[in-house]
Design a protein around this ligand. Sequence first.
Ligand code: ATP
Ligand code: MG
Length: 364
Amino acid sequence: MKTYRVGGAVRDTLLGYPHQEIDWVVVGSTPEQMTAAGYTQVGRDFPVFLHPDTKEEYALARTERKSGPGYHGFTVHADPSVTLEEDLERRDLTINAMAMDGDGVVTDPYGGQADLDAKILRHVSTHFVEDPLRVLRVARFAARYHHLGFIVAEKTLRLMAEIVAAGELPHLSTERVWVETEKALSEKNPEIYCQVLFDCGALQALMPEVAASNGISALTRAAPHTPLAVCRWAALLADLPEARARRASERLKAPSDFTLLAARVAQLRPQLKAALKSGEDCMAVLKALDALRREEPFGGFCGTLAALEQNSADAVGAVSTLRAAREAAKTVKAADFTDQDVAGPALGAAIEAEQIKRVGEIIK
Ligand code: ATP
Ligand code: MG
């Protein structure tokens, strides 16, 4: 039995890029041997185990063949006779299909090092088309390594387009699509994820509203100015009418804070300039953001706004006015009205009138 580092750990080591986790492949072993050595099996469909101490993933070398439609239509074959080269062949990209042993010796049967040098994301074999998740993974790696000069190989992009045209994307669970999308939103160039998906037709299938909008250029502008996935998501959907932004977000089952922020940015950003001219309208914006009671989505709204305008003086000014208006409104307390003999709805109205007055003083 022999173990090798594989996948991202090898790729990023050779690239001199930081990586978090190490994936391992085990050749010449059986599930029984692994459990006897103290590993815990985690894969239901695949023979994957967790190391007793490090909790890193150790997968038995395996081959996979597509045997039916959808993500579960795979025949997995793992036994001690499966070689390292056979295991590497089932992987998505050549740069992800290298292994390294304990002495640092690299096994690279599919030209991964050459593609790292040439900065190309290239499929290992035409079996690439057997798993539609790879469309999203390749787009995500393109987003991550774009700043180093990496691009998707032409032939690989064609295979991605084939996967899309064959109607394979709907076989992916929404959860998997969102996991990839959220990871991509945190990469250095999240707009490249969307652009690559657009280039192979996947964006049109997964996020039709975005594909038909200027969302990608909005995200291109905003991304360097905010590292937050939630703000980047709102930037991508910012140019849509509120209902369409909400629909796009809900279709991907984005978390509720993502959908809420996207909807509020789409709804309130067009009115903001005018709202900052009147205490009443400004107060309405603060209330729509629930800003007097909660930090979010107010904070995300301000962050997205500034990022979309690339921290222009106007945008920074608008955000600081909004923040000052919020603080002014918060200074109004129900206790201030105890001597006025008002209660219930009348008290609410008195408080709001006072809030509008103080906000009005800030913005004039
Ligand atoms: P990251 O840095 O995001 O962890 P990674 O390449 O390590 O990148 P993982 O999802 O951890 O990605 O997968 C580890 C390895 O398993 C990959 O490098 C690749 O070789 C293989 N792999 C993972 N998912 C797929 C897939 N859907 N199709 C083919 N190979 C895959
Ligand atoms: Mg990994």
